[in-house]
Design a binder for this molecule. Structure first.
Ligand code: PHE
Length: 356
């Protein structure tokens, strides 16, 4: 291969290396590959011209051509790798979604973030207050037999006290009457029966849950509502223990500026009995539509366990005494959050739900 041709080859290789370094896309790379090392490339032309040379010259020129080809092929491969790397990174950048995009825009919106409803949260807060006071939390059935809802609580059939509750009776064709419980008090009976069976007295428990009455909903009532029952059965329990428990609860849950009072009342299963009221938080005691102008809101009832109830479950009233209370969880939520009309709790109006 004449010197001139060799110089030409060197120049070609150097120019080609510069060109390869400057390639900006894989497409350009493929074109360059064809034009620099393909069948129509100068390399191929030189290769073909080797046949006209003397054997010695042909060998050395052939080796130079091989070396030039390898140099270019390696440079093309390196450049290709670099370009593919850039392309991969660009694709990753394009495909990557900010975490915020996915979570907020695609997944959670428009569903929104859910949370427990106000009544459920209030129930938990009330449980916390009582647990802090040393009570345990227990559960009871929402559907009861007549015996648990009434008779064991000292309300025999045809007793006028049955008129205190607008009961939903369930006709199962059963000789025993079944009711949707009108209060959480039947859970007292379940707990006392279990304590007798397991010889596990004393009892210090609260029992939250859903109750039903055939009531027409108004500002203070819902037909499906929630109560939290309290039951203490222990030795030498007095009315002072009951009053102190109610007062401690009121201060802990509503704050020291809300007063509570006990008013004499009647319940068949407690004796003496009282109604438990707090200052209406809507009007702060001044009188408003929610409290029917009285300035007080009744939260529930309470009293000392009637000996007839202890007897019904087989607890010795000479050894044991106790108190019970039961009050509305919805009512507590209403007073704590100053909800003028309790029906807002079941309207499911998101403008309301977002506030509480
Ligand atoms: N169960 C009664 C009611 O629903 C409240 C109550 C509970 C009264 C416990 C006395 C003792 O009205």
């Amino acid at each position: 291969m004449p010197d001139a041709s060799l110089r030409e080859l060197d120049t070609f290789v150097n120019d080609s290396l510069a060109l390869i370094e400057g390639l900006a896309s894989l497409e350009d790379l493929r074109e360059a590959e064809a034009s620099l090392t393909g069948r129509r490339s100068p390399l191929a032309t030189w290769q073909r011209s080797l046949g006209a040379l003397e054997p010695d010259e042909r060998r050395s020129a052939g080796a130079r051509l091989q070396e030039a080809r390898r140099t270019l092929e390696e440079a093309l491969a390196r450049r290709g790798e670099a370009l593919r790397d850039v392309a991969r990174r660009e694709k990753l950048d394009r495909d990557a979604l900010a975490l915020g995009d996915v979570v907020v825009d695609q997944v959670l919106w428009p569903l929104g973030v859910g949370r427990a409803g106000l009544v459920a949260r209030t129930q938990r807060e009330l449980e916390d207050v009582f647990v802090a006071m040393g009570f345990q939390v227990a559960d009871g059935p929402e559907v009861e037999s007549d015996w648990y809802n009434f008779e064991a609580l000292n309300i025999p059939p045809a007793h006028p006290a049955r008129g205190m509750w607008d009961t939903f009776y369930v006709d199962l064709g059963d000789p025993e009457t079944v009711v949707l419980r009108t209060h959480t008090s039947p859970t007292q009976i379940h707990l006392m029966e279990a304590a007798v069976a397991n010889a596990s007295l004393p009892i210090h428990s609260v029992m939250p849950g859903r109750c039903y009455r055939r009531d027409t909903p108004d500002a203070r009532h819902l037909a499906t509502f929630h109560q939290i029952e309290g039951l203490v059965v222990d030795r030498a329990i007095s009315f002072a223990d009951l009053a102190g428990t109610i007062e401690t609860f009121t201060r802990a849950y509503f704050g020291a500026d809300i007063a509570s009072r006990l008013r004499p009342a009647y319940f068949p299963f407690t004796e003496p009995s009282a109604e438990f009221e707090i200052t209406c938080t809507i009007c702060r005691g001044g009188g408003c539509r929610t409290c029917s102008g009285t300035g007080w809101i009744e939260l529930g009832g309470c009293g000392m366990l009637d000996p007839a109830v202890l007897e019904a479950v087989g607890i010795d009233g000479d050894e044991w005494s106790g108190f019970a209370f039961g009050f509305g969880i919805d009512r507590c939520a209403q007073m704590r959050h100053q909800i003028a009309d309790m029906r807002a709790l079941i309207d499911n109006d998101v403008r309301f739900l977002r506030q509480v």
